[in-house]
Structures are given as structure tokens and as C-alpha cells.
Design a protein. Sequence first.
Length: 168
Amino acid sequence: MNLEARLARLFAMDDATWARHANPWSVWTRASALPLLLAAVWSHAVLGWGALVPVAVALAWIWTNPRVFPAPRSTDSWASRVTFGERLWLKRARLVIPRRHRHAPAVLTALSGVGFVVSLWGAIALDFWPMMTGLVLCLLAKLWFCDRMAWLYEDMAAADSDLRSWVT
């Protein structure tokens, strides 16, 4: 099982949760998760161990976000296609992923991970520029990954009527 599938399992992403996460509000507000987490970590400069409270709130938001919004009335949006592509990507060990989609998502996930580590280190060390550099790298890589997921879904749906039916 790959890292992304393990995280999906940790997040208990069942069919109902994925349906809710296809709501564009869920996708776009999810982008607030890392800045909130970094601000919470940074707050240790003022709050000391009390910073664990905002860190816990930020982590709760990360877990809760895909569950907060209702399933969208229409899934004919870029954001919904992102979640569809991500579901397919997570099943890549059991699905045939088109050749042009096999490597870029892994590279972008690695870049996002590097950005996350750098930004977290910057927040812990109270070093603003590494935190911001890591945040920008992480978010840009994640947005590019999202675009690749929408593209993956569109390519796979073009060849599979069952996948096309996901868009309502």
C-alpha cells in the first residue's frame, strides 16, 4: 500500500466522505490547512506548550474538512474532477493508469513533501523565510498535483463510461 493510500485510510475516506470532498468548498478551503497548521506551530513562541491547542485545532480541521460540506449538487467542476482523479490515483496499484500520468504526480507529491518539511522546520525554528519558501513550494506542488488529478480523471473517463457517470 502506498503512502497516499495509507493517509486516505487514516482519514477514513469512504465513498460518502469522498462524495462530500468533491464539493468545491471542501477542495478550496482545504488549501487553508497548511497555513493554519504553520501559524499554530509558530505560536509556540508565545504560547509555549499551550501551542498544542491550536495545533490540535488545525489537525482537527485537516481531518474534518472533507466531512464538513455536503455532497455537491453538481460535480461538473474542476475541483470535483480533482477528487475523482485522486481516487483513481490512490487505486493505481489495481488500475491501469495512462503512461503520461504515472510519474508527474509522484514527483509533485515529493516536492510538496519537501516543501512541507521545510515550512514546518521554519515554523518550529521561528525562521520566517524558510517557512514561507516551504509553504509556497508545498502549495504550488499541491495545486499542480491537483491539476494533474483532474487531467487523469478526464483521460480515464474518456475511455470508461462508468467513470464519466461520476460527473453529474
